[in-house]
Ligand binder design. Structure first.
Ligand code: PRP
Ligand code: URA
Length: 208
């Protein structure tokens, strides 16, 4: 079964509380998504393999290390876009492959409208980025695309999940670890996470 990591870091819990507030305006919302993404990335990359790298300091040779894996970021449009730049700040060599998916409001099923993956897998680890894991339909569809493409190591990074979404993702892809800032109570009858934060894409881009 896929491991679910829910951050217990005080900074994450503090910032997530501000993010949820209905009065948090898009500028502040984007800033908080940026900070939370970096804090979650820090925890989600604890197991990244290193290889040796010798460098010269001004005084001596230093037997150092560098990240051994090529990393791909796969933001699910739109809301996943808010997580890309802060992660690129920390992993500037990452490749970014956009996947466009939206939930049909009537069926809650994901509809794919954009896929810019290259023909050949060129990364070792894919980080799927989406702040919200609700029914899990979008995340499962995105990971299905990545598996068909040939990706072997995948992690999901999100901010808030519903138990229903975690269950769906675990059932479909038990090998994909899930990293979250919070696991909320339930989905309401129109598929929104409760207490949640509302529509993440609308709040990021001011389109509510
Ligand atoms: C939101 C969110 C996820 C999806 C989660 O996107 O960013 O992609 O819903 O719901 P699910 O787990 O039930 O699939 P949305 O479909 O609203 O698209 P948007 O980001 O373009 O607004
Ligand atoms: N998508 C969102 O942006 N928010 C939810 O609560 C559920 C899906």
């Amino acid at each position: 079964m896929a491991t679910v990591h829910v951050s217990r870091h005080p900074l994450v819990q503090h910032k997530l509380t501000l993010l949820r507030r209905v009065v948090t305006e898009p500028k502040k919302f984007r800033e908080l998504v940026r900070e939370l993404s970096q804090l979650l990335l820090y925890e989600a990359t604890l197991d990244l393999p290193l290889r040796p790298r010798m460098v010269d300091t001004p005084l001596a040779a230093y037997d150092g290390s560098e990240i051994a894996e090529r990393i791909g970021l796969v933001p699910i449009l739109r809301a996943g876009l808010g997580m890309v730049d802060p992660i690129l700040d920390l992993i500037p060599t990452a490749h970014v492959w956009h996947l466009g998916l939206y939930r049909d409001h009537a069926t809650l099923k994901p509809v794919t409208y954009y896929n810019k993956l290259p023909p050949v897998v060129d990364v070792d680890l894919c980080l799927v980025l989406d702040p919200m894991l609700a029914t899990g339909g979008s995340a499962v569809a995105a990971i299905h695309v990545l598996k068909e493409w040939g990706a072997s190591r995948i992690k999901f990074l999100g901010l808030i999940a519903a138990p229903e979404g975690v269950q769906a993702l675990q059932n479909a892809y038990p090998d994909v670890p899930i990293h979250l800032a919070a696991l909320d109570d339930h989905l309401n009858d129109v598929g929104y996470i409760v207490p949640g934060l509302g529509d993440a894409g609308d709040r990021l881009f001011g389109t509510g």
